[in-house]
Design a protein around this ligand. Structure first.
Ligand SMILES: Cc1cc2nc3c(=O)[nH]c(=O)nc-3n(C[C@H](O)[C@H](O)[C@H](O)COP(=O)(O)OP(=O)(O)OC[C@H]3O[C@@H](n4cnc5c(N)ncnc54)[C@H](O)[C@@H]3O)c2cc1C
Length: 422
């Protein structure tokens, strides 16, 4: 507890500044302003990352800083303390959390550490593929793609060119489809404009998407799945269904039926697993690798409720199973914030019901599919809606203007092929 004018103010420590952590903190700001609580938010990076637009960074449609908002800007003018550091461990008996070697005392703890790429133990997957989970991943993918073209431009051997310019995306969920569609457009655009002089033409560069299921985007209605797939095929993407990847080498993918897909560059969007912080004294109950919580988002440890630890977002397993989505984490944040404030003032806690606001997936430039209030929509207007919705998710006006500016530039000019990472 911190002390102000001899009054003890509960100290709430939020671990993770993604959709769960940032929104829970925002929803508690009124209590911070009223002097009822102190809040510290801890994150590995000093920014909030807007993951839904990462594929645009990976394909040069947006520059990296467009999709990241500095936490000190997000909480500017509030009394929220921002700490950049790694969550090393939690001690529930002492009520401390160690951040990069430094213990911080808490009265209530919020765990919102999200998830990381899951390779499911597939041979060679971690070593030979590129994940798309953070800003560095996105910048690296873009640089690797450009590097493949630069190398292909210097070889005369046609089969070597084809090999260098073979790209694959593993995972036919929303992230995989968005990535494959943008990748196809990026690759076609830069090969035609910059590299066809070296015989690296759009016909030579190949993009594939590989998924275990019978169709891509299984969470959408069949008509929308079909529309998305047709769009991918039109963009030149080879779609592999019912194709479980069993191993990955530097040359490509091997499937369960022993066929191989050549791919020098593989982007891994096949799934994620929760990041569970280390506990020094207890073990949280895990359900499918996520921390089990009760209806109020309090952490469960065997039969016990750890009433001062709340867990939300991708890392939490709610009694009603919920998808690992930003909008789920954002929705949960409102209830968690309300419950923390209620607990501090001795009021009863509330449960949570998830109401989907609908989902949209972009399939390259000028096309998206979506299901909103059970309406099935697709096409250019859906794509425009997709962009508009995401634009208004950014807190700072400066970021919105910057993104709008870059999107507008992109309509009239080719994508930038400056290779930043070597
Ligand atoms: C490429 C991509 C596209 C996506 N697109 C969509 C979309 O279009 N719509 C949608 O609804 N969802 C989308 N998602 C899913 C969405 O990003 C997650 O569901 C959401 O971010 C979960 O929020 P969270 O707060 O649980 O975790 P996160 O937002 O991942 O935040 C976790 C935070 O904790 C930090 N952290 C983790 N471990 C530590 C540690 N040990 N120490 C310090 N800090 C730590 C991380 O750095 C991160 O900032 C996408 C995800 C990806 C990867």
């Amino acid at each position: 507890m911190n002390s102000t004018n001899n009054q003890k103010i509960p100290h709430i420590v939020v671990l993770g500044a993604g959709f769960g952590g940032v929104y829970v903190t925002k929803k508690m700001l009124h209590a911070v302003r009223a002097g009822l609580i102190d809040v510290t938010i801890v994150n590995r990076t000093n920014y909030f990352l807007f993951t839904p637009l990462l594929h645009e960074v990976a394909t040069g449609a947006l520059s990296p800083t467009c999709v990241a908002e500095p936490l000190r800007e997000v909480f500017h003018g509030t009394k929220v303390r921002v700490v950049q550091g790694n969550v090393d461990s939690i001690n529930t008996a002492n009520k401390t959390v160690t951040i990069s070697g430094n213990p911080i005392a808490y009265d209530s703890l919020v765990i919102a550490t999200g998830a990381e790429t899951n390779y499911y133990g597939i041979a060679g997957a971690q070593e030979n593929t590129l994940p798309l989970k953070n800003l560095y991943d996105a910048a690296r993918i873009r640089s690797v793609i450009i590097d493949r073209f630069e190398k292909a431009a210097t070889t005369k051997d046609k089969s070597e060119k084809e090999s260098l310019l073979s790209f694959a995306v593993v995972g036919g969920g929303a992230t995989g489809v968005e990535m494959a569609a943008e990748l196809a457009e990026f690759v076609a655009g830069i090969s035609e404009r910059y590299y066809s002089i070296h015989d690296c033409t759009p016909e030579i560069a190949k993009v594939s998407i590989v998924d275990t299921g019978p169709e891509l985007l299984q969470m959408f209605a069949p008509s929308l799945r079909k529309a998305a797939e047709n769009r991918l095929i039109k963009a030149g993407v080879a779609v592999y269904h019912n194709s479980a990847v069993t191993s990955v080498t530097p040359e490509g993918l091997t499937l369960a039926n022993s066929t191989t897909i050549p791919a020098k560059t593989v982007i891994w969007s096949a799934g994620v697993k929760a990041i569970i912080p280390k506990f020094e004294d207890i073990q949280p109950t895990l359900v499918k690798g996520r921390i089990s919580v009760n209806n109020f988002f309090q952490m469960l440890n065997s039969e016990n409720v750890i009433s001062d630890i709340f867990v939300l977002g991708d890392v939490a397993s709610y009694p009603t199973p919920l998808p690992m989505l930003a909008q789920v984490a954002e929705g949960q944040a409102a209830t968690v914030a309300k419950n923390i404030c209620a607990q501090v003032s001795g009021r009863p806690l509330a449960g949570f019901t998830y109401k989907s606001k609908g989902s949209m997936v972009s399939v390259g430039q000028w096309f998206a599919i979506g299901e909103i209030f059970s309406m099935k929509i697709s096409g250019r207007i859906t794509w425009w809606m997709w962009r508009t919705v995401y634009l208004f998710k950014f807190a700072s006006f400066k970021k919105r203007v910057r993104i709008m500016f870059e999107w507008t530039l992109e309509l009239f000019f080719p994508r930038d092929i400056t290779k930043i990472i070597n």
